[in-house]
Design a protein around this ligand. Structure first.
Ligand code: SAM
Ligand code: SF4
Length: 336
């Protein structure tokens, strides 16, 4: 099998077309969520990060090769200095249909309106609990009110979609699933429940013990709601359900353990250092920073590297609750 480009499309060896890129703009964050990074996280030196101009070049090269959805993520994207410049420039690029953001919302009171004006279509906000003391425990440093105010600020700006992302951990927040769904119903926004992924060494909790499956969540919710599978897709791994009687809220599941989504994988990630990761759960990668810095002013070199990378996109991940395959790469470095 060989990878190809057809009509400016990136197609891998397994016939999957890459149309979605998750671009991490920093590995830094103002929170320290227990499933994402250790309390004393060592961040990448700033000098090793791509500049915002280089990130824009990466985004443009992908768009030229048929990518029509870019999600800006991190770390916390809104703590990167001058980040609005990247949103504005990508938002103004022809060919990009969907410019989206994943954020912890701590800065959304300030940034929601400028993000909307820059062309951001949809925002995912991480929120694992509605209890202030628990929020502090799960984020180690966070203030729930700041995140809730940020969510309200985003709702006021009328984005196409606002979705809450909740990582569910047994004995930490699994008893709040219903409260979180009701929170979203009251606001007319969506929610996705995520199974924890084994990225980075975790000394906080035993991941196998904290595992709470999507099927279990579905069962919990079926005690209270009628849930109907939906055909809705946002080109990501989420499986959506409609909620009987609540047309403005969908419940999604991201289930790397129980419902592997590799066969329909359409995405790649770029870390803040410019490492193109071909799979969330494997180390196959390409150093785009090196390509750009050794071929300055040559966008064709970058485009060729992206085409070549299709040769090494793996068939899939092999997450296993009882082994720690990716010890060094935490989610904030991966671009979750
Ligand atoms: N700081 C932003 C935020 O929290 O939304 C963006 C980056 S964060 C790494 C992106 C998403 O990854 C969040 O929804 C977070 O809950 C999720 N995440 C982090 N670590 C995870 C893990 N080990 N397993 C599953 N999801 C994880
Ligand atoms: Fe920060 Fe997001 Fe990771 Fe939480 S999940 S520590 S908010 S990057």
């Amino acid at each position: 099998m060989s990878a190809t480009t057809t009509q400016n499309q990136l197609i891998d060896r397994f016939g999957r077309t890459v149309s979605y890129v998750r671009l991490s703009v920093t590995d830094r964050c103002d929170l320290r969520c227990v499933y994402c990074m250790p309390e004393k996280m060592k961040f990448v030196p700033r000098t090793q990060l791509l500049t915002l101009e280089e990130m824009e070049s990466v985004g443009r090269a992908f768009i030229k090769l048929g990518v029509d959805k870019i999600r800006i993520t991190g770390g916390e994207p809104l703590v990167r200095q001058n980040i609005m410049q990247l949103f504005r420039n990508l938002g103004a690029t022809d060919g990009l249909r969907d410019l989206t953001l994943t954020t912890n919302a701590t800065q959304l009171v300030k940034y929601a309106r400028p993000l909307k004006d820059a062309g951001v279509t949809r925002i995912n906000v991480s929120l694992d609990t509605l209890r202030p003391d628990r929020f502090r425990d799960m984020t180690r440093v966070g203030d729930l009110k700041k995140t809730l105010d940020g969510i309200d600020a985003a709702i006021a700006c009328d984005f196409e979609q606002i979705k809450i992302n909740t990582v569910v951990l047994r004995n930490h927040n699994h008893d709040e699933i219903l409260d979180l769904v009701n929170f979203c119903i009251e606001r007319g926004i969506d929610v996705s429940f995520i199974e924890e992924m084994p990225l980075g060494q975790n000394d906080h909790h035993d991941r196998a013990v904290a595992y709470y499956s999507s099927d279990q969540i579905l069962e919990d919710l079926q005690q209270h709601f009628e849930l109907m599978p939906s055909t809705m897709t946002t080109a990501g791994p989420t499986r959506y359900y409609r909620l009987g009687g609540h047309d403005n809220t969908r419940v999604g599941f991201i289930s790397p353990h129980s419902h592997n989504f590799c066969d329909s994988c359409n995405r790649v990630r770029v870390t803040a250092e410019g490492r193109l990761l071909l799979c969330l759960g494997q180390e196959h990668s390409m150093d785009l920073r090196h390509v750009m810095r050794s071929h300055p002013g040559e966008p064709e070199a970058l485009e060729q590297a992206l085409i070549d990378s299709m040769q090494i996109k793996p068939k899939g991940h092999d997450f296993n609750l009882n082994s720690q395959e990716i010890l060094l790469r935490h989610m904030n470095m991966t671009g979750g």
